[in-house]
Write a protein that binds this ligand. Structure first.
Ligand SMILES: *Cc1c(COP(=O)(O)O)cnc(C)c1O
Length: 354
């Protein structure tokens, strides 16, 4: 069933119990792949600052969260980070297009700096979720794909948040035109009702592992747990039968995005952005310059408290507010969501501006 819903070149599955376990699995799998091909020195995995890939040792190391690296002696060796494609936060003075290309080309510079004979793979979330719903400029992913192809390094898409319809495609890789060699899945695989993860393995990697890799000495007690699989099958089948992804793509996603974009006129909002049923807005002090409130005012956390107290689950990542509502949300509920977001922004503005 997973081979059916994922892109056509992904036909092998390594089951795990979570998204973090997927990323620990891909770290070992890509190194084992290159070793099996007689290039054991290809070890380095390139990731991005402010990426989120989980809380296990490899997951948190592949991730680029400073607060996580500061605890427990991370990252482990053999992982390097380049800058993220966060245009609003880091791309002042550049068009989104130029900025996307510049950030993608850091991958090429890093490969050249390290030497392609040392580099195993690049890993990225199609849209960074936990990092603040960072949607790369359209120029970014095609350039990343071009660089991975040019140097022959593996491309890993961490679709743990983006997968299973969130962006209006079954997998965000399809929407961005990415052809990943490995894809990490969890969360939406069971709609969160039971813990489960899966690494989708592309034909190119699977062939080498099967023909030359021998036994892959890796596995979890709960890999492919039958109860989790039963829930995943029920979930995916229901998504297919009720055309939930198509509904996100064709109607409820565009409706949410249209309504969400109206918040851009709010005096606290420097930018709104989103895709499908995931969205973010940036709280700023000054809409002309997009400057932030002083950190000690905790603008994002202040807004989050007003949201929670008024019945809206909206998270704060710094001063970026993010939402990820259920895929079955109705138009009336979207209206309620947007109204509560505006109310919370009004209350935040009143509090911060005194
Ligand atoms: C949530 C998440 C993970 C970690 O998954 P867990 O099931 O919490 O271990 C990894 N990658 C991404 C992109 C995530 O959003």
């Amino acid at each position: 069933l997973l081979a059916e819903v994922t892109p056509s070149h992904l036909n092998h599955v390594f089951f795990t119990g979570s998204g973090s376990e997927c990323n620990d699995t891909v770290l070992r799998m890509v190194r084992h792949y290159w070793a099996s091909k007689g290039q054991p020195e290809k070890q380095v995995i390139i990731s991005r600052h402010n990426a989120y890939h989980g809380s296990t040792v490899a997951g948190a190391s592949l991730g680029g969260m400073k607060g996580m690296h500061a605890q427990g002696g991370l990252p482990i060796p053999g992982i390097v980070h380049i800058d993220q494609p966060y245009h609003f936060g880091e791309g002042q003075g550049m068009s989104a297009h130029e900025f996307g290309l510049a950030r993608a080309r850091q991958l090429e510079e890093k490969i050249q700096e390290l030497g392609v004979d040392q580099v195993a793979a690049f890993i990225g979330e199609p849209i960074q979720g936990a990092g603040g719903v960072i949607i790369p400029p359209d120029s970014y992913w095609p350039e990343i794909q071009r660089i991975c192809d040019k140097y022959g390094i593996l491309l890993i898409a961490d679709e743990v948040i983006c997968g299973f319809g969130r962006t209006g495609h079954w997998f965000a890789s399809e929407g961005f035109g990415i052809k990943p060699d490995l894809m990490c899945l969890a969360k939406g695989i069971t709609s969160g009702y039971l813990p489960m993860g899966a690494v989708m393995v592309g034909d190119r990697v699977a062939k080498v592992l099967v023909e030359e890799g021998g036994e892959f000495n890796h596995g979890f007690t709960y890999s492919g747990h039958p109860v989790a699989c039963a829930v995943a099958i029920a979930n995916i089948t229901l998504m297919q039968n009720e055309s939930i992804v198509k509904r996100v793509h064709d109607s409820i996603g565009p409706y949410l995005q249209r309504r969400w974009a109206e918040l851009a006129d709010h005096p606290l909002v420097g930018e709104t952005r989103g895709k499908g049923l995931v969205a973010a807005l940036e709280i700023v002090q000054d809409k002309q310059t997009n400057s932030r409130f002083p950190a000690e005012l905790q603008a994002g956390m202040t807004c989050r408290e007003f949201c929670f107290n008024n019945g809206l689950v909206m998270r704060a990542v710094g001063d970026t507010m993010i939402i990820s509502p259920p895929l079955v949300i109705t138009e009336e509920q979207v209206d309620e969501l947007v109204n509560l977001a505006r109310l919370s922004l009004d209350l935040t503005a009143a509090k911060l501006r005194g």
